[in-house]
Design a protein around this ligand. Structure first.
Ligand code: MD5
Ligand code: FE
Length: 204
């Protein structure tokens, strides 16, 4: 399969020390905004991944649908701010002039945690790239094309890897097909964390 234009993978973007510092920062965020388990719109089936967010807008899913909202669905509190170190990385890696509004934090824990093939399409601004950081256990990422059918390519994501999804890859189908348990000692309790940074609204 041809890799979509605008797909960049940077293994070891975060040093082991930077990964440990980021996990510590995330601990503070999760203390304020605990992980919740979203359910699928319509049928109400739970996701295998747990989620929380930082930033002015958080991505949530419930029976009513997928959307961005300013408060945590369980506590009703505003989401914590996106850490400065992550905002700096957004500037360095994307060069996009407006800051991300959502930092979605996905927790994959247990053999069954995965994410099916989908597109990120709940945003108003598709010109902005998406930036993602992997922490903890190694995962197999599937990258497809502009349609759900057709070939996909497997990409291995290690702890510390950054992905930049711009251009044609911004709207490509993608998912996490597998997380390999016990491949990292970064997270107490094991598993994988992924940060996904997105611009949601069009910059004014
Ligand atoms: C993850 N999360 O590892 C992934 C990383 C999500 C999600 O997919 O929606 O929470 S983000 C990878 C990504 C985003 C946008 C476009 C593309 C990949 N792509 O075209 O390959 O938890
Ligand atoms: Fe996605």
């Amino acid at each position: 399969m041809e890799t979509p234009r605008g797909f960049r993978i940077i293994p070891e973007y975060l040093s082991p020390a930077a990964q440990a510092a980021l996990v510590e920062t995330l601990r503070g965020i999760v203390a304020q905004a605990p992980f919740f388990r979203p359910v699928m719109p319509g049928n109400g089936r739970p996701f295998s991944v747990e989620m929380t967010n930082a930033g002015p807008l958080g991505w949530v899913s419930d029976r009513a649908g997928y959307r961005y909202q300013p408060m945590h669905p369980v506590t009703g509190e505003a989401w914590p701010a996106i850490p400065d170190s992550i905002l700096d990385a957004w500037g360095d890696l994307t060069g996009y002039p407006s800051p991300p509004e959502c930092c979605l934090i996905n927790l994959y824990r247990g053999e069954k945690a995965k994410m099916g093939l989908h597109r990120d399409a709940d945003e108003e601004d598709f010109d902005a790239p998406v930036l993602s950081f992997s922490l903890g256990d190694t995962a197999t990422f599937r990258l497809g094309g502009a349609t759900r059918r057709g070939p996909t390519k497997a990409v291995t994501l290690h702890s510390g890897t950054a992905l930049i999804l711009g251009g044609d890859s911004r709207m490509a189908y993608h998912g996490i097909s597998k997380v390999m348990p016990g491949t990292s000692r970064l997270l107490t309790g094991g598993g994988r964390l992924n940060l996904t940074l997105r611009r949601v609204t069009k910059p004014v």
